[in-house]
Design a protein around this ligand. Structure first.
Ligand SMILES: Nc1nc2c(ncn2[C@@H]2O[C@H](COP(=O)(O)OP(=O)(O)O)[C@@H](O)[C@H]2O)c(=O)[nH]1
Ligand SMILES: [Mg+2]
Length: 386
């Protein structure tokens, strides 16, 4: 996992924290790349030797503001420094690269597509992106940056998983606490998805465990993907010593209930708020993962959920499986919809990219004025107001 820019780094940091907390092993190795020294210093979990400060000769560790063209140039110039950190990664142990970046800023917005192109040239492993779209209220330059970076990033990666901040913001929240909450939501969803492919034979065995190749096949559509999630608290049957079996020796977890729970979680996941809202019947392929204590997972639930998803998406390429998590207190359904084409937000960004092509200088100017005002109150951070 490579976090590019501030949002990218923070989210990767959170993925590692999630891994430690849940015992999942979604992140084999983590690298953080930035032009701003302060952003790297805020990271807690990405090892220091895997933190790369690029563009030192040009911006002296102060970041690129929201200039994603500068971000892209610096990434190209300093690609060898990034490669140096990627050299610490045991490539034979990984299934894929994931580059995480906010699309609206400068460093990640400009740099992530450059890195994707480079990694694809060097390695045979798939290179995926996790692109964060800005809130609509962040202002013109962020939308324009996102519009352009989104196009380039989608072209350079094997699949772009998208999270739209705009669909997830809540009014009255401060920038900081808003992002903390949103980053939790991001990590929960993608953590289950990427963790699912990592279950080793010999771990708690589910009935039809998801394999990393099924995730890769689903993402093989290219284009853009979105993820849905729903969960329900359960009593962990392994929690109490003798609570696992009833006196008649039958399993305490009623299998019909377990089946119904899984199918209803799959529906809620697909029909609820997606990381990138879209028409779900425009998905080319999809994958569902049922995660939770193995006692609560069963083949029938996943099979029914799969059939339902086939109907909803009108696609025959729906994969599904379990992700048994021994100590978990919840059963969750995660749905990955890959190669989606009817996405209002993406159409909007494409229009913006075309419309604003001409007056980009004007927008930059405006944003620089805004930035100057911000610097007056707050010396070191140019974060957009969320
Ligand atoms: N979900 C999420 N989005 C963020 C976070 N920080 C920034 N963003 C978004 O990412 C965009 C780019 O900001 P940032 O990552 O600071 O830019 P960069 O450091 O120049 O790559 C912003 O416009 C926001 O939409 C974060 O912690 N979480
Ligand atoms: Mg920032």
């Amino acid at each position: 996992m490579v976090g590019f820019g501030q949002a990218g780094g923070k989210i990767v940091d959170k993925f590692i924290e999630y891994d430690r907390r849940t015992g999942s092993e979604a992140v084999r190795s983590a690298v953080a790349v930035n032009t701003a020294k302060a952003d790297l210093m805020g990271l807690e979990y990405v090892p220091e030797e895997n933190q790369v400060l690029i563009g030192q000769s040009r911006v002296k560790g102060h970041g690129v503001g929201a200039d994603n063209e500068l971000g892209a140039e610096i990434a190209e110039e300093d690609i060898d420094e990034i490669q140096g950190a990627v050299d610490n990664v045991p490539i034979h142990d990984i299934d894929a690269f994931l580059i995480v970046a906010g699309m609206g800023g400068g460093t990640g917005s400009g740099g992530a597509p450059v890195l994707a192109k480079y990694l694809k040239r060097i390695y045979t492993e798939p290179v995926y992106g996790l692109g964060i779209l800005p809130g609509r209220d962040e202002g013109g330059i962020y939308t324009l940056n996102a519009a352009r970076s989104f196009q380039t990033f989608t072209r350079e990666v094997d699949n772009l998983l998208v999270f739209d901040n705009d669909a997830w913001r809540e009014s009255g929240e401060s920038v900081g606490s808003g992002y903390d909450r949103i980053n939790e939501e991001i990590v929960k969803r993608f953590g289950i998805l990427f963790g699912a492919g990592e279950v080793e034979r010999g771990d708690a065995v589910g009935e039809s465990v998801v394999d990393s190749s099924e995730i890769i096949n689903t993402l093989d559509t290219g284009g853009v993907s979105t993820v849905g999630y729903a969960a329900e608290e359960v009593d962990n049957p392994s929690g109490g010593l003798l609570s696992r079996f009833k006196s008649d020796g039958t399993d305490e977890v009623d299998s019909t209930h377990a089946t119904n729970r899984i199918t209803s979680l799959v529906r809620k996941a697909a029909l609820g708020r997606l990381t990138l809202p879209c028409e779900i019947d425009s998905a080319e392929r999809s994958l569902l993962v049922a995660s939770g204590p193995p006692e609560y997972l069963n083949r029938k639930g996943v099979e029914k959920g799969r059939k339902w998803l086939e109907n909803q998406t009108g696609s025959m390429e729906v994969r599904g499986g379990d992700y048994p998590v021994g100590g978990s207190q919840q059963v969750a359904g995660v749905v990955l919809l890959s190669g989606v084409s009817e996405v209002p937000r993406v159409e909007e960004l494409q229009d913006v990219a075309i419309e604003t092509q001409d007056n980009i200088d004007e927008i930059r100017q405006e944003s620089e004025e805004k930035t100057t005002d911000l610097i007056k109150d707050d010396e070191d951070e140019l974060d957009p107001l969320f």
